[in-house]
Write a protein that binds this ligand. Structure first.
Ligand code: NAP
Ligand code: MG
Length: 514
């Protein structure tokens, strides 16, 4: 099969000009957001925030250290202990604040679009039309839960005892988020945490602090009291670790890599802090010969290439049934080669942006090279992009064939626009191969045969199964991983379990006539 060059990088598209509000934000000095205001760190250290589309520094963020994290945690602790968000506000007050914050996110779609496009490199239209409405929906959905966190009553003893439970906030919650969908990943955690009445310190990824800080400003505008939602920017090993180790933090909600998750779990052993984890994956995507192949092709392409492969659910192990395999791969190569790649703020909308860092790009190219030296065939892409995209961290959409199940490119999460395509014979074989992974975040199956679909959906060990579709999430639907893909479920009613404690109350009473 011949290799086709991707057509991007031929020209560097002009970028859109920044809104005034975005220019204001980029003019702000490096501060964290604590107790309702942008606040200086004690020592004034800063971190360069790089634009991955150009490789140039675009902002300096505050680099919080252990003492700064302590200040932020104390602010959240004081708000929690004073009950500013719980005792002093009613559930319907909280509901209204969260609803308003959702509306404000939607109002500021352009600003969030540009902020996330700048420091994450995600195409601006995808943030504006995808991540922003999804984030706003999260707040709208969990706003409703603020007034619906009911307890229960129990028939624990028949006479002289009334037993009931209430659901209380966990208290102070530390949220640690990754860079791949900066606003949305914060919203996934923040909305249920706040709806349940917690006070929060959020540590966004060091690469992407801009939208989290802006969200904190909007939270004040929405009426969320000072101290309830704080943001510390800085390095994971310092600020993130300090949050995890802080004795006044009751719970950590984390999204990121398996290695960091391990260090968080180890650190949490000291005070047995509550921890929930959303981690990576190597999600299998299975196309049966009877599927609607146009639909399967488009779905499989975006399952892996979407966000340049920097998605925890990336369907980067593609299994295609014998009989349609050759034809499907050919079509995939044509489609992958036609994807446009360019700057997050390109004025001619591109399908994909760059990878997040130089380091990530080098790692991805390393996976591709190691596959080649293991005898795999790169049928499309495989290179850093040249031409006018050469300054940013761009990798061509890459399709790899002739792989065996034991290759790194089939086993390891790559977090780049790279898919490994493999033929399979039948249902039993492909289920076994799909489950042969330490991950279990998501899986896809494309078939019009009801029995095939049920068989596969039932037997694959993954937290989400998409049938004849890929990548859909909703605030109402639980999401999370089995095996090493995570612990706990975000979204839906399930997420409230992560952010509440159940308290059972035994109330004795006497019969007054006795
Ligand atoms: P990462 O290095 O694990 O970082 C995630 C967050 O943890 C960042 O804010 C990071 O800060 C912080 N951190 C790093 N070391 C820490 C420590 N010792 N203690 C506390 N916090 C620490 O992951 P990433 O490279 O940003 O993101 C990519 C990974 O996240 C991939 O593996 C992907 O699969 C996973 N992911 C999963 C989901 C999901 O929903 N399951 C969603 C998105 C991404 P720094 O930025 O300073 O490193
Ligand atoms: Mg990191």
């Amino acid at each position: 099969m011949m290799s086709i060059d991707v057509r991007n990088g031929d020209h560097l598209p002009a970028t859109i000009s920044l809104d005034l509000e975005v220019q204001r934000i980029l003019g702000l000095p490096p501060k964290m957001f604590v107790n309702g205001a942008r606040t200086e760190t004690r020592r004034g250290a800063t971190l360069d925030v790089i634009n991955p589309s150009t490789g140039e520094a675009l902002w300096r963020a505050a680099e919080a250290d252990r003492d700064d994290v302590d200040v932020a945690v104390r602010s959240a602790r004081a708000a929690a202990d004073l009950g500013v968000w719980t005792v002093r506000m009613s559930p319907s007050d909280r509901q209204r604040c969260l609803w308003r914050l959702g509306d404000l996110i939607a109002r500021e779609a352009r600003v969030f679009g540009q902020l996330d496009a700048l420091d994450c490199g995600r195409p601006v239209s995808r943030v504006e039309l995808g991540d922003v409405p999804a984030s706003a929906e999260h707040f709208a959905y969990y706003a409703g839960w603020a007034t619906k966190l009911n307890g229960r009553t129990f028939p624990a003893d028949t006479r002289g005892m009334h037993v009931y439970s209430v659901r209380e906030p966990v208290g102070v919650v530390g949220l640690i988020t990754p860079w791949n969908y900066p606003l949305l990943m914060a919203a996934w955690k923040l909305a249920p945490a706040l709806a349940a009445g917690n006070c929060v310190v959020l540590k966004p990824a060091e690469q992407t602090p801009l939208s989290a800080l802006y969200l904190a400003e909007l939270a004040i505008e929405a009426g969320i009291p000072e101290g309830v939602f704080n943001v510390v920017t800085g390095i994971g090993a310092v600020a993130g670790a300090a949050l995890v180790e802080h004795p006044a933090v009751d719970k950590i909600g984390f999204t990121g890599s398996v290695d960091v998750a391990r260090s968080i779990v180890r650190a949490s052993a000291v005070d047995l802090k509550r921890v929930s984890l959303e981690l990576g994956g190597k999600s299998p995507n299975i196309v049966f010969a009877d599927a609607d192949l146009d639909l399967a092709l488009e779905g499989s392409l975006w399952a892996t290439m979407g966000n340049s492969g920097q998605s925890c659910t990336a369907g980067s192990r593609l299994y295609v049934q014998e009989g349609i395999y050759e034809e499907f791969v050919q079509a995939l190569v044509v489609r992958a080669s036609s994807l446009t790649v360019g700057a997050g703020l390109a004025s001619e909308a591109c399908d994909l942006g760059p990878l997040i860092t130089d380091r990530q790009m080098t790692r991805v190219l390393g996976w591709i090279d190691s596959a080649k030296s293991d005898g795999a065939t790169v049928v499309c892409g495989g290179q850093r992009m040249a031409g006018e995209n050469a300054q940013g961290f761009y990798v061509e959409p890459t399709v790899i064939t002739d792989v065996t199940d034991d290759l790194d490119v089939v086993k390891e999460e790559i977090f780049g626009p790279v898919m490994a395509v493999m033929p399979f014979r039948d249902c039993d074989e492909v289920i076994e191969r799909a489950n042969n992974s330490r991950f279990g975040l998501a899986a896809g199956v494309w078939s019009n045969d009801l029995s095939t679909v049920h068989e596969v959906a039932g037997r694959i060990r993954a937290g989400t199964i998409w049938v004849n579709t890929w990548g859909l999430t909703s605030p109402a639907v639980p999401f999370g991983g089995m095996k090493q893909s995570g612990k706990g479920r975000e979204m839906g009613e399930d997420a409230l379990d992560l952010y509440t404690e159940t308290k059972s109350i035994w109330m004795g009473w006497q019969n007054p006539s006795k």
